[in-house]
Each structure stands twice: as structure tokens, then as C-alpha cells.
Design a protein around this ligand. Structure first.
Ligand code: ADP
Length: 401
């Protein structure tokens, strides 16, 4: 079975063609500058990356260029469009309407559209990607939406309610939703496989640490709490996002500097986080270079980030009444041995202890805990595309039953 996985943004579109049963990647790529001019980056594993300038006035031309590349006799991987069994779309927000991945229909799309105000930058672009696929592939190829928020729909009210007047939840749906759910779910499943135990028996803390970062408490296979909130601005500090801050700071700075709300949000979303503190970069590799050169603000930014992650680990161990494994994933979590060591340092009282030699690794699936640790520390490269492909296959298989 071949699943085309699409992650559509406002001017870009990432794709992968995958076999969800074997996990085999057939091809992947990126359409950029949609609506501007258009460029396709296409790559088949083991072959050189190809770059083509192709006019892409809309997402439909972008999808068509993806299909053409996949079918190309020279650098393609399939010989007929019928070899694409289904399309899986990453959709950011499913609000309280979607606790699982779902088959895309006209009625269902109107429910997704109703979630747009909660993710105004992402959901409309995801829907454009879906409509572009329908325009190019027709309605006979099933399409499935996989939501970033769905996995966290199992959170109990104590975890998702903000202490605001209740009508804001009831009328306006203001609550914690959480994001990165596809990644947290994928690494949770992998963690259970690595530990050789059923997911339904495990208490996991999954740390997705990348440009955007979030931590989740996954108890017996269900998300029971997560650090991102109503928007992906909450939780630990990120590359450029501030994470949790006192809401009173907004009023103070807006009054003092005359910022309007858009200017304030721009600061919180794009100029804060480790970039804001370090005044150097949002990228942890740049921070590390800065630290090597004695840049104290770079060190401070990384320390603030690591301290915040450590606090969430403590909080979620408390929330779940224990923890069996802590999982590190995404760019920073998979590739930062020193960062994993610092975050877990001092957590021996919980049973968390690293084997420093094993931990000296990057981007591989490995248990890095010390022999006498009672809690496992796992490094698991995330694979959201594979999870989307697996979900898509499961939904499509379900249709046949
Ligand atoms: P996104 O949230 O955009 O998916 P990623 O998961 O790709 O982000 O993570 C990007 C972050 O991971 C960057 O800060 C980058 O510095 C860091 N990163 C990626 N590779 C490495 C590496 N080899 N060593 C250290 N940090 C890395």
C-alpha cells in the first residue's frame, strides 16, 4: 500500500510517499514559493535531490507537480496514479470535534473549517492542500485528516481547563488543546515496542524538543496533560516562542511601549524563546557554537530551556503518580546528548539516570538509561509522516470492513 502524506502550509507543501506496513519511504519533497513562482525539491532515497522551477500559482499546481514527479520515468517511483492508495493530510486543529484521524468528506471538511479560528495560520492552508488534492486526484482516492490536537483530546478537564470564567470555555472553546499529538503518539508506541511492554501499562513523559517544543504526559496510552495550550505558544520556551509567561506582562509592555496586540504577539511568537534571551539565534546548533565561544546569553537561553523541560518532567511524574520512561524526540531531543544529560541531572530521586556513554548518540532509537535506573530514558527519532500514513491506512482499511 502506498500513502501520499501531505503537510500543506500557506506557501509551501511537504510530501512523502510511504508504505505504512513496512515504513519504507519511496520519495519525499517540498514545494516552495506557492503563489509566488514555484519550486519543487524532489528526492528518492539513495538518489540525488532534484530541484525544478515550476509555476505554482496555487496549491493545485503544486500537487500536480508532486504527482508528475512521482510518475516521472526518470526520477519517479510509481508508474500509475492508481498506485497511490490514499492521501493522509496533516491538519493542525481539530478542536473538540476530532479525537481521532478521520476520512475527509464534504461534511467533515465543514467541521474542520469551523476549527479555523483556533489555528488561523495553519488550518486554512491545510484545507487548501486537501482541496488541491481533490482537484488533482478526484474523489476516488480516499483522503484522511490526521490532527495535531486529536491525541490530546483524552486530557481530563483538570488538565485542559484554564481558570478563566467558565463561559469562555463553554461559549468560546477556550481551553488547552495541545499540539504535536502525532509525534507524541508515535514515540509512545515506539517506546512501548522498545520496552516490550503494552502501552496500556506504561506511564510515559514524551519530550518533543525541536523548533517548537512540547512535553506530554501519556498514561496508559492516553495523553493526560501537555505543555502547549490553547495555542502552540504555551509551555516550555521554544526557538522563537516565549512559552509560559505571566499574562500580566502583556499589559505592562503594551502600556509602556504602546504596542498593539499584533506587535505584542509578534514579539511573543517570533522574537522570544531562546532567540529572545540569547539575542543570537533560535537554532540550538548556533547556541552551541555561541556557548563554545563563551557567549553567556546563549548559555543562559539554553539553561532556561532545559530548566523548564526538567520542571515539566517533575510535574508530569506527579500528575501520573510515577513514570516508567522519559522519551526525547525531535531535532533538539534526538541530537542533544549534553542537553539530555543536563535535563535529567538531579532526577535520580525519581529513578531517572543516564548511561553517559550510551547517551552520547544522535538520531537513533536507543535506551540511554543507566543499568541501575528504575525509569528508562529513551531517544526515539520521531516520524510524524509514518504515523499519518499508518492512520490513513487504518481508516481506509476500516472502510472496507
Ligand atoms: P521543527 O519543530 O521545525 O520540526 P526540528 O525538530 O527539526 O524542528 O528541530 C530543529 C532544532 O533541532 C534546531 O534548533 C536545531 O538546531 C536542532 N538540531 C537539529 N539537528 C541537530 C544536531 N545534529 N545537533 C544539535 N541540534 C540539532
Amino acid at each position: 500500500m502506498n500513502i501520499l502524506v501531505i503537510n500543506a502550509g500557506s506557501s509551501s507543501l511537504k510530501y512523502q510517499l510511504l508504505d505504512p506496513e513496512t515504513g519504507k519511504l519511496l520519495a519525499k519533497g517540498l514545494c516552495e514559493r506557492i503563489g509566488i513562482d514555484g519550486r519543487l525539491n524532489h528526492q528518492v532515497p539513495g538518489a540525488d535531490k532534484r530541484v525544478f522551477d515550476i509555476p505554482m500559482p496555487t496549491h493545485a499546481e503544486a500537487i500536480q507537480s508532486v504527482i508528475d514527479a512521482l510518475l516521472s520515468p526518470e526520477y519517479g517511483v510509481i508508474s500509475s496514479v492508481h498506485e497511490i492508495d490514499a492521501v493522509g493530510h496533516r491538519v493542525v486543529h481539530g478542536a473538540e470535534s476530532f479525537a481521532d484521524s478521520a476520512l475527509i468528506t464534504d461534511e467533515m471538511l465543514s467541521v474542520v473549517e469551523a476549527c479555523n479560528p483556533l489555528a488561523p495560520l495553519h488550518n486554512p492552508a491545510n484545507i487548501i492542500g486537501i482541496n488541491a488534492c481533490t482537484a488533482v486526484l478526484g474523489k476516488n482516492v480516499p483522503q484522511v485528516a490526521v490532527f495535531d490536537t486529536a491525541f490530546h483530546q483524552t486530557m481530563p478537564p483538570v488538565a485542559y481547563l484554564y481558570a478563566l470564567p467558565y463561559e469562555f470555555y463553554e461559549k468560546d472553546k477556550v481551553r488547552r488543546y495541545g499540539f504535536h499529538g502525532t509525534s507524541h503518539r508515535y514515540v509512545s508506541q515506539r517506546a512501548a515496542a522498545m520496552l516490550g511492554r503494552p502501552l496500556e501499562e506504561l506511564k510515559l513523559i514524551t519530550c518533543h524538543l525541536g523548533n517548537g517544543s512540547s512535553i506530554a504526559a501519556v498514561k496508559y496510552g492516553k495523553s493526560v496533560d501537555t505543555s502547549m495550550g490553547f495555542t502552540p505558544l504555551a509551555g516550555v520556551p521554544m526557538g522563537t516562542r516565549c512559552g509560559d509567561i505571566d499574562a500580566g506582562i502583556l499589559e505592562y509592555l503594551m502600556n509602556k511601549y504602546g504596542y498593539n496586540i499584533d506587535e505584542m504577539l509578534d514579539i511573543l511568537n517570533k522574537k522570544s524563546g531562546v532567540l529572545g534571551i540569547s539575542q543570537l539565534s533560535s537554532d540550538f546548533r548556533d547556541l552551541d557554537t555561541g556557548i563554545e565561544q563563551g557567549n553567556e546569553k546563549a548559555a543562559l537561553a539554553k539553561n532556561v530551556f532545559m530548566y523548564s523541560v526538567k520542571k515539566y518532567i517533575g510535574a508530569y511524574a506527579a500528575a501520573m503518580g510515577g513514570v516508567d520512561a522519559v522519551v526525547f524526540t525531535a531535532g533538539v531531543g534526538e541530537n542533544g546528548p549534553d542537553l539530555r544529560e543536563t535535563i535529567t541531572d538531579g532526577l535520580e530521586f525519581l529513578g531517572i539516570k543516564l548511561d553517559k556513554e550510551k547517551n552520547n548518540c544522535r538520531g537513533q532509537e536507543i535506551d540511554v538509561s543507566a543499568a541501575d535506573a528504575t525509569v528508562h530514558t529513551l531517544v526515539i527519532p520521531t516520524n510524524e509522516e509514518l504515523m499519518i500514513a499508518m492512520d490513513t491506512a487504518a481508516v481506509v482499511e476500516g472502510l472496507k470492513k
